[in-house]
Write a protein that binds this ligand. Structure first.
Ligand SMILES: NC(=O)c1ccc[n+]([C@@H]2O[C@H](COP(=O)([O-])OP(=O)(O)OC[C@H]3O[C@@H](n4cnc5c(N)ncnc54)[C@H](OP(=O)(O)O)[C@@H]3O)[C@@H](O)[C@H]2O)c1
Length: 261
């Protein structure tokens, strides 16, 4: 189970629904997590499932994901490449056949850029691909699931950004590290997307957050660079959900603490 701060009594309405009864039937809160087949997304899905959520894991390789979530019945695997509007809309329709509303969207899927990619040397076709997945893909994921999020009444959207696209990271931030340029630009853009969406959707009761998992060991060699385990990354992603009211809407946080973007 996920740890909550001692004394955390104010639960978000979506969590209250764990105990809510509709027509005598308990309704578990529902989350959609993109890029949930591996890495931080898989860990976010596992954490939510362990905490009593029903999770729709949006993945590109459903067969592999079914193996990953074998023995975790709370996780349902849905197939979509988020860069395809048709596929993500089809995924949203599939989810809508199984639940009337979605309480939480974790827009986690993203594509990394080569570490040594710079503004001067970048392959612009790859730049287009990365922006299509990380920025437009995230945007169209939010759009596709908005009807189900609206139906929840008090839903939340967590957009997974990165210290690499922030001014607050002294090691890999946009002002300090020249590499992985298109990835950094894409993540700065989704931090802005979170702010804009928060402004727009708060009127409808939907809270939007941007989060940085922190350097997380999801690829070979990263642990040697000092990256933490995926579980810590997942907790940083879920901080606005674990500690409702502690994070400013639209802001970027790492481990629940503000990170300037
Ligand atoms: N790891 C870190 O240190 C770190 C630091 C800061 C931010 N982040 C952010 O944290 C999030 C998760 O990163 P991670 O380290 O877990 O990365 P990862 O292990 O590379 O996982 C990325 C996930 O995104 C999915 N994905 C990529 N392109 C997709 C597309 N077009 N459509 C659908 N799914 C797609 C991948 O699916 P496939 O399995 O099909 O490839 C994979 O499941 C990302 O947003 C990343 O930018 C990570």
């Amino acid at each position: 189970m996920m740890a909550r701060n001692e004394g955390d009594t104010a639960q978000h309405p979506a969590q209250d629904r764990l105990f809510e009864r509709e027509s005598g039937v308990a309704r578990m809160p529902t989350a959609v997590v993109t890029g949930a087949g591996r890495g931080i997304g898989a860990e976010v899905a596992r954490e939510l499932a362990a905490d009593g959520w029903g999770v729709f894991a949006v993945v590109r390789d459903p067969a592999a994901a079914r193996t990953t979530f074998d023995g975790v019945p709370a996780v349902q695997v849905i197939s979509a490449d988020i860069s395809s509007a048709a596929e993500i809309e089809s995924a949203a329709r599939a989810v809508a056949t199984m639940t009337a509303s979605v309480d939480l969207l974790v827009a986690n899927a993203a594509q990394f850029a080569p570490w040594d990619e710079t503004v001067a040397t970048a392959d612009l076709d790859l730049v287009r691909d990365i922006l299509a997945v990380n920025v437009v893909g995230t945007w169209q994921t939010i759009r596709a699931f908005l009807p189900a999020l609206r139906a929840a009444g008090n839903a939340r959207i967590v957009i997974v950004g990165s210290g690499g696209g922030s001014h607050g990271d002294p090691q890999f931030g946009i002002a300090t590290h020249p590499g992985a340029a298109s990835y950094a630009v894409s993540k700065a853009a989704v931090h802005a997307l979170a702010r804009k969406a928060a402004l727009e959707l708060s009127e409808e009761g939907i809270d939007v957050f941007a989060v940085d998992p922190g350097l997380t060991a999801t690829a070979p060699g990263m642990a040697e660079m000092g990256a933490g385990p995926p579980r810590d990354g997942a907790r940083s992603v879920l901080a606005p959900i674990l500690h409702p009211g502690s994070v400013e809407r639209g802001s970027l946080t790492r481990d629940g603490r503000p990170l300037p973007w």
